[in-house]
Design a protein around this ligand. Structure first.
Ligand SMILES: NC(=O)c1ccc[n+]([C@@H]2O[C@H](COP(=O)([O-])OP(=O)(O)OC[C@H]3O[C@@H](n4cnc5c(N)ncnc54)[C@H](OP(=O)(O)O)[C@@H]3O)[C@@H](O)[C@H]2O)c1
Length: 720
């Protein structure tokens, strides 16, 4: 299918051929009829992307600060890779569209196939032939509203939210500064509810357009005596509220709003304008300045937008979805009319011309709303084949043909660059949920195909290594399916989210011709191997202390989601448990964990002290905390036995001033590829994979019980 993408580094636009997105639980697949080009926002995004690296850094000092902090904890190379990786991403454009539901995901009751829906959300309601939309970002279209009109839904909801933030009461009057698309929608909404509106813009043509579309009173900033007009419009009091829908770096709209507002009036800021607030003006009138955040409550809340958890209507009357519904209702009762705003409709095939119009306008055309139109009769597929090099048949050459499932941050910044360094490895195919990420990886790494249906990879006979780098909920289910097809499987940590899943993986591995490997990379770090050798003939048990300055991750991050991530103990502490098990070389038999008390910005289970006892009498402790400063390197290990000790400082390699790190990622892939090519068993035995994973479950049990918990392979039906 076709999708409009933008290169974040160069700002270039591309109409790409990508696989249609995967259907995920909690959402729907929608075949687009129309999508609206949000002229102001999309122009700003493209212009930002076109800036040089220095320009980008100047515009976003917050990102520069994050990068500097990351250098301190993760090292220069990892930070550079992550930043480059982000810059090389292809971003989907568009966030307002309408079309027909073609698939309904698990857990979605409100929609059926063939429903006509309007959709919102950056990264979801894109300029693409098919889009995946989480259920809280889609609304049904009333019968008398067309998909062409409904494609305005997101911009309508933004305008409506700006009106709500102005907190108007019956009888009040309002001024709107900036009469672009959102300003004109704002005027129409205010007209619909019967509020007297004064429209203001620096551009006379915009003002004239708005007057034609139903604005009754207007003035041109810089030309008319706007303050006088506003006073006359509001019976000499000053307007009750101002809604700013202009887009400019200048703070003039904020100043003007202050001047024309009445005493104790309200200013609702929707547009991206300069925010140098004239204090005296705002102080003397005691004005309320409110920022209006996008389409309304729910915006930027992953629990609402991605996980579909609604706020009770009694507490949040107007969510972003309810704003979208209300906007469509206003169209359906004839109070808002968007049709006259449509100046251009381009077929998706001509999408680049639409952007030429809004960015360069070579023919000096008038435009307000620009729509992209799609052919609803066109089919789409979950797989695209690329013009890559000739296919490598495994039967003819000893080679590892990789099928990568999941191509997110980790796959792009760590897995793929490490695979590239290895001989006899060919990444044949890649599967992700949104087609664009699979397509971009496939192009970069010369893959033969990109897909959004990972079964294509599992059913591909030439693929002898499946690498699973999705979020955690899919690890065990996909690993089991792949093992059942006798594939070699490298699954990123964690192997499983609970004991049932772990048992099922063990069973699948037992009956498979394939090998299983988990991304417990630290045991493959050169310093880990050296430490293991140093203590190989030790006479005493080992004592190990592993301190992890893990950094704070907010509670709404996916890793904390019980379904998708399973929390940081299962999702990350597993690394350190595995490291201890590797060094000791004996089974963990008991674990005792304590945590700090929960509080503001403190997630207790991310701040734990764990003691693990091993069968040979060794013991290790893991202090894992999210409370520390970002400037402290992340990991510090002290190992003691036989009168000797070894310290590993954040897996740094090279001299004291070196910022290089080797956490074993290359070594882990090298070892597994070698095992496959040489017909050797997996570098980490199943019993150890199982014990590490089981220990993380037991850490949770210990925290709940408040005491030590035994660990035994027998409960998993395994023997050491
Ligand atoms: N070993 C380590 O040191 C280490 C460090 C960090 C992370 N990790 C692990 O790496 C894994 C990925 O983490 P991340 O940060 O890269 O996550 P992420 O950025 O969210 O990436 C997840 C990937 O999974 C894809 N995906 C989701 N559903 C899918 C489906 N049904 N079929 C195919 N692909 C699907 C996503 O597709 P889209 O691109 O289309 O959204 C995305 O490419 C996690 O298990 C994490 O714990 C390991």
């Amino acid at each position: 299918m076709k999708q409009l993408l933008q290169n974040y580094k160069t700002g270039e636009l591309e109409l790409a051929e990508v696989p249609a997105p995967a259907l995920k639980p909690g959402g729907i697949l929608v075949k687009n009829h129309y999508s609206l080009v949000s002229v102001g926002t999309e122009r700003a995004v493209i212009e930002f992307a076109k800036q040089s690296l220095v320009g980008k850094a100047r515009s976003r000092p917050d990102l520069v600060k994050n990068a500097l902090n990351k250098i301190k904890t993760d090292g220069l190379l990892a930070t550079y890779r992550a930043a480059m990786q982000r810059l090389n991403e292809l971003l989907p454009l568009g966030y307002s569209c309408a079309g027909e539901v073609i698939e309904v995901g698990q857990g979605v009751e409100a929609f059926n196939k063939r429903d006509l829906v309007a959709c919102g959300g950056g990264g979801y309601a894109s300029h693409a032939e098919v889009v995946f939309i989480p259920k809280n970002l889609a609304v049904k279209i009333p019968e008398n509203v067309t998909t062409k009109e409904a494609a305005f839904v997101t911009l309508g909801a933004i305008a409506l939210q700006g009106v709500r933030r102005a907190d108007l009461t019956p009888g009040e009057c309002v001024a709107v500064i900036g009469l672009g698309l959102i300003g004109q929608l704002t005027v129409q909404i205010l007209n619909a509810y019967g509020f007297p509106v004064l429209g203001l813009d620096v551009n006379q043509r915009q003002v004239e357009k708005a007057l034609k579309l139903g604005l009754r009173e207007a003035a041109v900033i810089g030309q008319d005596d706007v303050e006088k007009v506003a006073r006359a419009f509001s019976d000499g009091q000053g307007v009750d509220a101002v809604i700013i829908t202009a887009a400019t770096k200048s703070s003039e709209p904020i100043e003007l709003a202050g001047r024309i507002c009445r005493d104790k009036g309200r200013v609702s800021v929707v547009g991206d304008v300069g925010m140098d607030i004239p204090r005296n003006l705002y102080y003397e009138k005691e004005l309320d300045l409110r920022i209006s955040r996008s389409y309304g409550p729910g915006r930027y809340d992953p629990n609402y937008e991605e996980r579909g958890i609604d706020y009770p209507i009694g507490y949040v009357r107007w969510t972003e979805k309810r704003n979208m519904e209300e906007f469509l209702r206003l169209i359906s009762i004839g109070r808002v009319d968007v049709k006259p705003m449509i100046t251009h409709i381009f077929k998706i095939e001509d999408a680049l011309k639409a952007y030429e119009l809004i960015l360069e306008n070579p023919n000096r055309e008038e435009f307000t709303a620009v729509l992209l139109e799609y052919d609803p009769a066109k089919g789409h597929t979950a797989k695209i084949t690329l013009k890559a090099g000739p296919s490598v048949k495994r039967s003819k050459v000893p080679i590892v043909n990789v099928g990568l499932i999941g191509g997110g941050n980790f796959a792009k910044s760590v897995i793929l660059p490490n695979l590239r360094k290895l001989d006899k490895v060919h990444v044949k195919a890649v599967a992700t949920a949104t087609g664009k990420s699979a397509q971009a990886i496939a192009k970069k790494y010369g893959c033969e195909y990109a897909t959004t249906d990972y079964h294509e990879i599992l059913n591909d006979e030439d693929i002898n290594l499946v690498i699973i780098a999705t979020r955690h909920n899919l690890h065990a289910p996909i690993a089991i399916e792949a093992l059942k097809r006798d594939k070699n499987v490298h699954v990123e940590k964690p192997l499983a989210l609970n004991t049932e899943e772990l048992r099922a993986v063990i069973e699948a591995e037992k009956n498979s011709q394939g090998r299983l490997m988990v991304g417990f990379n630290r045991r493959f770090a050169p310093q880990a191997i050296k430490a293991k050798e140093t203590f190989s003939n030790r006479k005493t048990p080992l004592m190990i202390h592993y301190r992890v300055n893990a950094g704070y991750i907010p509670p709404d991050h996916w890793i904390h989601d019980p379904v998708e991530g399973g929390g940081r103990i299962i999702g990350e502490v597993c690394h350190f448990v595995d490291f201890l098990q590797f060094l000791v070389g004996s089974a963990p038999i008991r674990v005792y964990a304590t945590k700090i008390s929960e509080g503001r910005a403190v997630i207790a289970e991310d701040n734990i002290n764990i003691t693990i006892d091993f069968a040979d009498g060794s013991t290790g402790s893991i202090l894992y905390t999210a409370l520390g400063s970002k400037s402290l390197p992340k990991e510090y290990v002290e190992i003691f036995a036989d009168g000797k000790n070894i310290i590993i400082n954040n897996f740094k390699i090279g001299g004291p001033l070196s910022l290089r790190q080797d956490k074993g990622h290359y070594g882990e892939f090298k070892a597994f590829i070698q095992a496959i090519l040489e017909g050797q068993p997996s570098p980490i035995p199943m019993t150890e994979l199982a014990l590490t994973t089981l220990t993380t479950f037991k850490i949770h049990e210990s925290l709940e019980r408040g005491g030590p918990v035994s660990i035994s392979l027998e409960e998993l039906g395994l023997q050491r």
